[in-house]
Structure formats: structure tokens, C-alpha cells
Design a protein around this ligand. Structure first.
Ligand code: 5GP
Length: 216
């Protein structure tokens, strides 16, 4: 399903921060990739992390990989919108051009955990659209993590443990989608994005538009 913006490009709109969270293995990365492919105007917020790259991960595309010292420096210089400890490593959202981008109508996609989501909501509730993806069952989650085979058994166990903890934060999200079937999940997520885009408060060009309609 294409998710192109239904408003004309000339129509002024404030951008949004579309946050996808889930326990690892629930399919969030697949859904993120599908969204970015279907929606070229959606920009991925590339996080900074101290975790080493996995096979196939590219610096600057999947993450900005950095040392502990680099991360410390960025924290000191207040370069992060939010940051958190996850699985013994640190992850953070660099401020970059997010604030000015939102003002110009740019939408951003965030693949961050519940701690980061909470921080974004505290800072910018109006702009955040928090979406949580759940696996259809805990057995299926384990199967998906094992199938991925990128991590050792010990890491998988740690991720299962962490998954239960992550799931417990489901009620901090406005939207919860169960990823039983990936296309159906994607359709729901696209629907959320489209609906949130046309919220009245985001359509900053509406006042002039309606004024013209009424005056004409
Ligand atoms: P992974 O190591 O599997 O790529 O990511 C582990 C977890 O860290 C995922 O739940 C992911 O959403 C989260 N994460 C990735 N980037 C960020 C970030 O910038 N901030 C926060 N708070 N969490 C992040």
C-alpha cells in the first residue's frame, strides 16, 4: 500500500515523530523498512550506539557506531534528544535537524525503545506518535529470535528476558499493533501514519485555506 501524503505539497503541515517500539523479534525492523520504502518523504532518525555493528550493518545507515568516549562527549555536549541503556550498550537520538525539520513539515521515523519514547513524549508530546508492535505469542517471538541466528543462545535468552520487560510498557503507547501477519501489520501502521498526518493541529495551513474557502 502506498502511503503518499494525501495533501498537496503546497499545503503547510507540521511534521511528526513516528515512533515504532517493540521487543526485538516482533518485526519492527521489517515494518520500518517497508514504511521507508513506501514513503520516501519519511526520514529515518539514525541513532548513535556504542554497540558493535552486526553483519550487514552499515555505519551511518543503520546506526552511527561510536566508542564509549564519543558517546560520553555527546552526552556532555547535550547532543541527544534522548538516550538510554539497552542490553548493556547505550543508544541515543542525535538532535540533528529534527526540530527545524518538524517545523518544515518533515516526518521522522524512530526505532527506539520505551525509555527513549518516554523522553520524547516528555519533551514534545504534541509531535510524537507512539506505536507499539507486539508479537502474536511469546513462542513465536522466541522462534523469530532463534531463526535470526545472529546472536548466541545467551544473547537470545537475555533478549527474551528483555522482551518481557519491554512488553510490560505497552500501555505507554497510543497505538498497539499485533504483528501476526506482516502485511496486515504494515497496513495498520500505514493507516496510523496517514490519520495522524491529517490531525487538525498538524495542518498548520488550514486556517488560511478555510479563510479563503469562506471568503470565496
Ligand atoms: P538493536 O541493538 O537490536 O538494534 O536495538 C536494541 C534496542 O535499542 C531496540 O529496542 C531499539 O529500538 C533500541 N534503540 C535503538 N536506537 C535507540 C535510540 O536512539 N534510543 C533509544 N532509547 N533506544 C534505541
Amino acid at each position: 500500500m502506498a502511503t503518499s501524503d494525501i495533501q498537496s505539497p503546497a499545503f503547510k503541515r507540521r511534521g511528526l515523530m513516528f515512533v515504532l517500539s517493540s521487543p526485538s523479534g516482533a518485526g519492527k525492523t521489517t515494518i520500518s523498512r517497508m514504511l521507508l520504502a513506501a514513503e520516501p518523504t519519511l526520514k529515518l532518525s539514525v541513532s548513535v550506539t556504542t554497540r558493535p555493528p552486526r553483519p550487514g550493518e552499515i555505519d551511518g545507515v543503520h546506526y552511527h557506531f561510536c566508542t564509549d568516549a564519543d558517546f560520553d562527549r555527546m552526552v556532555e555536549e547535550d547532543d541527544f534528544y534522548e538516550w538510554a541503556h539497552v542490553f548493556g550498550h547505550r543508544y541515543g537520538t542525535p538532535k540533528g535537524h529534527i526540530r527545524s525539520g518538524l517545523k518544515d513539515g518533515q516526518d521522522f521515523l524512530f526505532d527506539i525503545d520505551w525509555q527513549g519514547t518516554q523522553q520524547l513524549i516528555q519533551k514534545d508530546k504534541q509531535d510524537v506518535v507512539p506505536v507499539f508492535i507486539l508479537p502474536p505469542s511469546i513462542e513465536e517471538l522466541r522462534r523469530r529470535l532463534e531463526h535470526r541466528a545472529q546472536d548466541s543462545a545467551q544473547v537470545i535468552e537475555a533478549r527474551m528476558e528483555r522482551a518481557r520487560a519491554e512488553i510490560s510498557h505497552w500501555d505507554a503507547y497510543d497505538y498497539v499493533v499485533i504483528n501476526d501477519e506482516v502485511d496486515a501489520c504494515f497496513t495498520s501502521v500505514c493507516g496510523i501514519l496517514q490519520t495522524e498526518r491529517i490531525k487538525r493541529r498538524r495542518q498548520t495551513g488550514l486556517i488560511d485555506f478555510v479563510r479563503e474557502l469562506m471568503g470565496g
